[in-house]
Design a protein around this ligand. Structure first.
Ligand code: CA
Length: 375
């Protein structure tokens, strides 16, 4: 839904007087945020709860929420106070969507691929095998119709949503043995969740579902042959290099993974517009902060893993990547066929991605190629 449609949908001409303002970036028609607040200004205060799918203060995703909460408190002069609960404190990590949707808490920080079971369409807003990189996702969310579609779908579940974090391109994972061809994936036991897992299964691997705490011991004991987690910074913390030496790239299954700040719709609409604007801006900042943090920390951690921990960095062979790309397309097409929303979101995703890929190839990719030209 673009700005015009949204305003038309309200049936109002006197937009300002109706308590609606729209925020447009870079002169774009879209990327609007609708502030349908209770009033324009209020001295009332709010005490809210935010539940997460990760532990309290968890590096990057939990820290991003810590920053967001502190910023909101500062920018509202303490009028909106948010108390944060880690996974399992009030609700389990996978109970975030229902808790916020039902209004037992006002806010949640999670990743939309966790809701694939009930809402297949929203996987496109999180991570897609052979999908978009972070900068492209942001272009689709903020400056095209990605976020509008996301909000339309969440509104049916009594929620609004903001992108609020991004890992950037992940790594392909840790392997106990070297991977030389597609054949080496036959029967390979790998911990890889979600759509990526479906793709690995489609090319002959065996996907093993493990709780986060079980991944490292399973890899160390050889119960599994490979595991993916996030990227150098997060992976070093877990110590995967002690269980498997081969560290593969690229993370074809998660070229970018976006996290979300979801807010109960009634709670959101009870906020005055100035506080809504603060929350919107704090979510933008969380998104940029996370991506920047990963950029800085991954670069340092990768160097450390290779130089000080004997990690053998390897690129997946081309024939395997081609096979994974082909299978990814099939798996993602199947998601698009789940329901009308999935089709609509996928069509929008695909249109944006196709255009964007051409631009990426002659901008960042061409620049990188130029940097790497032999002297
Ligand atoms: Ca991952």
């Amino acid at each position: 839904m673009n700005r015009r449609d949204f305003l038309a949908g309200l049936g109002v001409g006197a937009v300002g007087a109706a308590g609606v303002s729209a925020f447009t970036m870079g002169g774009g028609e879209q990327a609007t945020v609708s502030y349908r607040g209770a009033s324009t200004k209020s001295n009332a205060s709010w005490d809210w709860k935010l539940v997460m799918s990760w532990p309290l203060h968890f590096p990057v995703s939990g820290e991003a929420v810590d920053h967001l909460v502190a910023e909101v408190a500062r920018m509202t002069g303490g009028r909106l106070k948010i108390k944060v609960f880690g996974a399992g404190e009030l609700v389990g990590g996978l109970g975030v969507f229902d808790a916020v949707s039902q209004g037992s808490v006002e806010m949640g920080h999670s990743a939309s691929y966790y809701w694939a079971g009930k809402l297949p369409s929203v996987q496109f807003f999180c991570a897609v095998p052979f999908g978009m990189v972070a900068q492209e996702q942001n272009g689709w969310f903020y400056n095209a119709d990605g976020l509008d579609l996301w909000r339309e779908i969440y509104a049916k579940h009594n929620l609004t949503v903001f992108p609020a974090g991004n890992t950037g391109t992940q790594m392909g994972g840790w392997f106990r043995k070297e991977i030389r061809s597609v054949d080496d994936f036959q029967g390979l036991k790998m911990r890889i969740p979600g759509l990526g897992g479906k793709v690995v299964a489609a090319v002959g691997g065996t996907v093993v579902l493990l709780a986060v705490s079980e991944i490292f011991p399973a890899l160390e004991r050889g119960v599994i042959d490979a595991a993916e987690w996030v990227g150098p910074y997060q992976d070093r913390r877990v110590g995967f290099y002690q269980a498997a030496k081969y560290y593969y790239y690229p993370g074809w299954h998660e070229p970018a993974t976006s996290s979300e700040l979801m807010i109960n719709l009634q709670a959101w609409e009870s906020l005055p517009q100035d506080i809504q604007t603060v929350v919107d801006n704090a979510a933008y900042k969380a998104s940029l902060w996370s991506l920047s943090e990963y950029q800085a920390k991954n670069a340092e951690a990768l160097e450390d893993l290779v130089n000080n921990h004997g990690v053998l960095l390897r690129r997946f062979p081309d024939d395997l990547l081609r096979r994974l790309r082909e299978a990814s397309q099939q798996v993602v097409e199947e998601v698009a066929e789940s329901d009308a929303d999935s089709r609509r979101v996928y069509d929008s995703f695909l249109k944006f991605r196709q255009q964007s890929r051409h631009w990426r190839s002659i901008s960042e990719e061409a620049y990188t190629a130029a940097e790497n030209l032999p002297a």
